[in-house]
Design a protein around this ligand. Structure first.
Ligand code: SF4
Length: 353
């Protein structure tokens, strides 16, 4: 049976094939973004990107499907033209979190609404190439094949995602609505990144170029203020575990909670102030100033129990798979022991100089 998406669904999920078909069928030419009437769409796209990267906000008011489809398309164009990997990744993460909210809401309603359920099964099948099944005996649960589950849950480190901690029956893993959507966040985010990467364009509409130029200016200003490598003093030794975290940040990748905690406590111990540390954390794709500030104030003892958190020991860091030990670590039990040590002196001691 062919299931046709409603216009509401297209507004919520503009990354679906039917949305692209709509653009093709209306013979929309990208140069039309230069028309004055399109300014509204371009401003909407730019404000959305801006809000994601500066404030980490996913609050967004949905408009009619035609507007949403064009807003999504214009956002991809602006990001393609700006070509800043970290911003593309941030956008993809926040967009997928926004879509996640709609998916959760729709999946919850799908238990009562057969049509909605069929549409969602179609979405999962089209986007993630997977069959999900509604469990009719256990209330409000979906199930997926064990092999599909293992393939996706491998990226999660928390205990709750281990197969041993899940309900498994007859070759299926049972998941509630929030879990099933969370399982696909990475894939949705990668799908958006791929859409941007795979756009083949020779020229961009002038007004799109203008917006992407604004993004570049903003990003350059952030980089000038917070170039992560600038926090590394060339003559001093940076613990390799911290160095590795800087590299991940510079690549625009996300960090697990344990790595954020290690970096924050280490920087606080190194006498960096909260404002300076916030500049460094701005590189995280899911950066949110309010949450970051709150957590740093908590760790530094300025909020909450006024307990100051100490830098974890090498033993603990190793258990968290964050250790990248090299010869500079010989004999130390905490990364802070490397603070203030000159690299050339350690090299000399080790006969490497
Ligand atoms: S041994 Fe300690 S300082 Fe060195 S990389 Fe591992 S955790 Fe960091």
């Amino acid at each position: 049976m062919s299931i046709k998406l409603g216009t509401n669904d297209l507004a919520k999920y503009p990354f679906l094939n039917e949305a692209s078909t709509y653009v093709k069928e209306t013979h929309f030419d990208l140069q039309e973004f230069d028309r004055t009437e399109m300014e509204f769409i371009l401003n909407r796209s730019f404000n959305k990107i801006d809000n994601f990267i500066k404030n980490g906000e996913t609050n967004y008011k949905l408009e009619k499907f035609e507007i949403e489809i064009l807003t999504f398309l214009a956002s991809l164009l602006i990001l393609k033209s700006a070509s800043i990997d970290i911003i593309t990744k941030k956008f993809a993460l926040f967009e997928s979190m926004r879509f996640e909210k709609y998916l959760v809401e729709d999946l919850k309603n799908s238990f009562k609404d057969e049509k909605k359920r069929l549409i969602l099964l179609k979405i999962f099948n089209e986007i993630f190439k997977i069959d999900i099944f509604c469990e009719t005996i256990v209330n409000e649960f979906y199930k997926i094949r064990v092999i599909d589950y293992i393939h996706r849950s491998i990226v999660f480190h928390e205990e709750e995602w281990k197969l041993i901690n899940r309900t498994v029956k007859n070759g299926f893993v049972y998941l509630n609505v929030n879990e099933i959507v969370r399982l696909f966040r990475n894939e949705l985010s990668l799908l958006i990144i791929d859409k941007i990467k795979n756009m083949k364009l020779v020229t961009f509409p002038d007004k799109v170029l203008k917006k992407s130029q604004n993004l570049k200016i903003y990003w350059d200003s952030i980089n000038k203020r917070s170039k992560v490598s600038d926090h590394v003093n060339k003559n001093r030794t940076t613990p390799p575990c911290i160095d590795h975290i800087y590299k991940v940040l510079n690549n625009g990748e996300n960090l697990p909670h344990s790595a954020r905690l290690l970096l924050a406590t280490f920087l606080l111990f190194s006498e960096k102030n909260i404002e300076e540390i916030i500049e460094i954390f701005k590189k995280l794709p899911d950066y949110n100033e309010q949450i970051t500030r709150y957590q740093l104030e908590h760790l530094s003892g300025k909020k909450g129990s006024s307990k100051k958190y100490f830098v974890p020991s090498c033993e603990k860091i190793k258990l968290q798979n964050l250790c990248h030990e090299t010869f500079v670590c010989k004999g130390i039990i905490n990364p802070i022991q490397l603070l203030g040590k000159r690299r050339d002196e350690i090299e000399k001691e080790e006969g490497k100089g």
